[in-house]
Design a protein around this ligand. Structure first.
Ligand SMILES: *[C@@H]1O[C@H](CO)[C@@H](O)[C@H](O)[C@H]1NC(C)=O
Ligand SMILES: *[C@@H]1O[C@H](CO)[C@@H](O)[C@H](O)[C@H]1NC(C)=O
Ligand SMILES: *[C@@H]1O[C@H](CO)[C@@H](O)[C@H](O)[C@H]1NC(C)=O
Ligand SMILES: CC(=O)N[C@H]1CO[C@H](CO)[C@@H](O)[C@@H]1O
Length: 280
């Protein structure tokens, strides 16, 4: 029970910030972390890792929060950064993997301030957006992918604190780290932190959330998937990308099925069950 509170509370996407309800910002609603649960919640809006990808041509700026969609988001912006070069290099939006991404070090920033400085375009003149995921889904998907399935980092015995399939072990350790980060006892961040700290700590939301369009993530097996693609398409059109190009982008995304999606995997079902048990 207490564990359950901790699980849900440190994941929550905070909704009560005075600036979140301004016209451009949409929040992910959640019924957790309110009332008595609040004391188990981590402080919202800490300053944390932020990764920006920009297309100057369209004054389009995306902050990518680690999750599977982030690779595709970055690829869309990369394509719009230099459409010709991207195509000439035979890249495609759904196959431009993170490690070999075409735009590496070309349109990438870590602070909004640096973007404004380099482009001389103030933040208010950019179309800014990000994709955020339901915090519990994000946690489960991240846990299954990073702590259980991912083989890339199997050489590191301490991956996910060496907790393996022990969910409560991982949650305890990660929560403890998060608290230390809040109080300033830890200043660095790890691979795990980037994938599991609250989304509201990213993207310099503490000062800039009112600038953002926030699209709610949907897996490609969910009913909301089409809606998410439509919202993305709207944002691209707002920034001046022509309709044909927008359609080309969404078509490509639609046609790709991420082999990686964990939504229906047996491991995922197992973790869902575990979490349900913990919550009751
Ligand atoms: C809300 O936005 C305004 C205008 O950008 C800013 O001055 C203010 O500090 C923000 N409030 C909070 C609580 O971040
Ligand atoms: C892209 O593909 C075309 C046709 O397959 C090929 O001729 C060209 O060399 C490729 N370009 C690059 C940069 O790989
Ligand atoms: C899981 O980890 C916790 C805390 O690290 C430990 O107390 C518990 O015995 C572990 N459970 C299993 C099944 O290994
Ligand atoms: C489509 C896509 O972006 N898939 C990626 C999901 O995340 C894993 C691990 O980070 C990548 O290996 C996949 O390529």
């Amino acid at each position: 029970m207490i564990l359950a509170l901790i699980v849900v509370s440190f994941l929550v996407f905070q909704r009560n910030h005075p600036n979140i309800s301004q016209p451009k910002a949409k929040s992910i609603t959640s019924s957790i972390c309110i009332g008595n649960d609040r004391k188990n919640c981590l402080a919202p809006f800490k300053r944390f890792d932020s990764k920006y990808r920009i297309s100057r041509k369209y004054k389009l700026l995306s902050c990518v929060i680690e999750k599977n969609m982030s690779t595709i988001l970055a690829a869309i912006i990369c394509f719009l950064f230099d459409e010709e070069a991207f195509q000439q290099a035979n890249r495609s939006i759904t196959t431009d993997l993170y490690e070999e991404r075409f735009c590496k070090n070309k349109n990438e920033y870590f602070t909004a301030q640096q973007i404004v400085k380099d482009t001389k375009i103030s933040l208010g003149d950019w179309t800014m957006f990000t994709v955020a995921r339901d915090p519990i889904d994000r946690f489960l998907s991240g846990y299954v992918n990073k702590c259980i399935l991912e083989t890339k980092r199997n050489r590191y015995p301490n991956k996910c604190y060496g907790c393996g399939k022990n969910l409560s072990c991982f949650v305890d350790k990660q929560f403890e780290r998060a608290q230390k980060y809040v109080t300033g006892k830890i200043r660095q961040w790890s691979y795990e932190d980037i994938h599991f700290y609250p989304q509201n700590w990213h993207c310099e939301f503490h000062t800039n959330i009112h600038h953002y369009h926030i699209v709610q993530y949907a897996t490609d097996t969910s009913e909301r998937y089409e809606k998410m693609l439509q919202e993305l398409a709207n944002i691209l059109e707002i920034s001046g990308v022509n309709r044909n190009t927008v359609e080309k982008i969404t078509k490509e995304i639609r046609e790709s099925r991420t082999a990686h999606a964990t939504f229906n995997s047996p491991q995922r079902a197992q973790q869902q069950t575990t979490l349900n048990l913990l919550r009751h």
